[in-house]
Ligand binder design. Structure first.
Ligand SMILES: Nc1ncnc2c1ncn2[C@@H]1O[C@H](COP(=O)(O)OP(=O)(O)OP(=O)(O)O)[C@@H](O)[C@H]1O
Ligand SMILES: [Mg+2]
Length: 283
């Protein structure tokens, strides 16, 4: 088997270009080891796709980078600052530089969309004028491609796609430099997913964001990701552009990208769109 370019931490990128640096990260729940000495670098300005089978620890990895999951051991630096073991207040200057869209959206169901967007603003800027809060929320709602009428609605009154956009609006509340997105297009129809992909790509380019994007969506990988990290065997077994990954002789990677869905996504990428909804095979 060819040794993936990337079990080695990325030596080609200069220090200042690494926004997230994970070293020797070990996560476990009781006897279940999810990550075993995992390394990962995310570069400034890139959209890094994170893929791996269900349960390989993609969400746990994200949670341990943003401080919601205390690892057994290892180091996580974000914007050059160590994150592990730092109290909420201590790391506030770093935490306010990122926005998070959790798997499933995780909006507060008792708050309207606008109020949801205001949650991080209230947390970090306690003395903001209510009118200014409303204005910022309206601006973020618009930025996420929602109509102004969505602001006063509750999450239960929105479609799945609109809920994703509302979650994105909240993730953008603090003008982040770094965005964490966990399965942002899951459950969207192909057209809705493609529109969401385009939104993320254009926001990334115009706002100069760095994006950590967990996805199962092959179309998303082809359409907007600069590099892709593959999680398997409790580590990032490979990271690179899709052509670089395709050159690796690894069973899961080959099956993933060269299986029927992978081929459909590659074809769709050549045509510049999302693959059509796959026909269910009875299973
Ligand atoms: N809070 C928790 N307590 C115990 N086990 C957990 C907890 N969170 C995650 N796990 C376990 O850790 C493993 C990795 O979970 P994780 O949610 O990161 O998977 P994932 O790669 O995001 O999967 P999916 O693609 O289905 O979202 C799973 O076996 C899961 O059961
Ligand atoms: Mg997950």
């Amino acid at each position: 088997m060819t040794e993936p370019a990337v079990d080695e931490p990325d030596a080609s990128a200069k220090d200042g270009e690494i926004i997230i640096r994970v070293r020797n990260l070990t996560n476990a729940f009781g006897p279940q080891v999810v990550h075993d000495k995992l390394d990962l670098d995310v570069r400034r300005g890139e959209i890094l796709g994170v893929v791996g089978g269900s349960g390989t620890g993609k969400s746990v990895l994200m949670r341990s980078i943003i401080g919601l999951q205390e690892p057994v051991s290892g180091e996580v630096d974000v914007f050059g600052q160590p994150m592990i073991g730092r109290g909420e207040n201590d790391a506030k200057n770093v935490r306010r530089r990122w926005g998070v869209l959790f798997q499933g959206g995780a909006l507060f169901s008792t708050l309207t969309v606008a109020e949801n967007v205001q949650v991080p603003l209230r947390e970090f800027y306690r003395r903001l004028d209510p009118q200014l809060l409303d204005e910022i929320a309206a601006y973020k709602v618009a930025m996420s491609g929602l109509p102004p009428e969505a602001g006063p609605k509750y999450p239960s009154e929105l479609s799945g796609g609109m809920r994703k956009r509302a979650g994105l609006a909240r993730a953008l509340a603090l003008d982040p430099d770094l965005l964490f997105l966990d399965e942002p297009t899951a459950g969207l129809d192909p057209i809705g997913a493609a529109a969401f992909d385009e939104l993320i790509r254009s926001l990334t380019d115009t706002l100069g964001l760095t994006v950590f994007l967990i996805t199962h969506d092959l179309d998303t990988l082809y359409a907007i990701c600069d590099r892709v990290a593959v999680l398997a065997d409790k580590r990032v077994i490979a990271i690179g552009t899709i052509p670089e990954l395709l050159a690796l002789d690894h069973e899961w990677i080959q099956e993933y990208f060269r299986g029927p869905r992978g081929r459909a996504a590659a074809d769709a990428a050549e045509r510049g769109g999302h693959a059509p909804e796959p026909v269910k095979q009875g299973a």
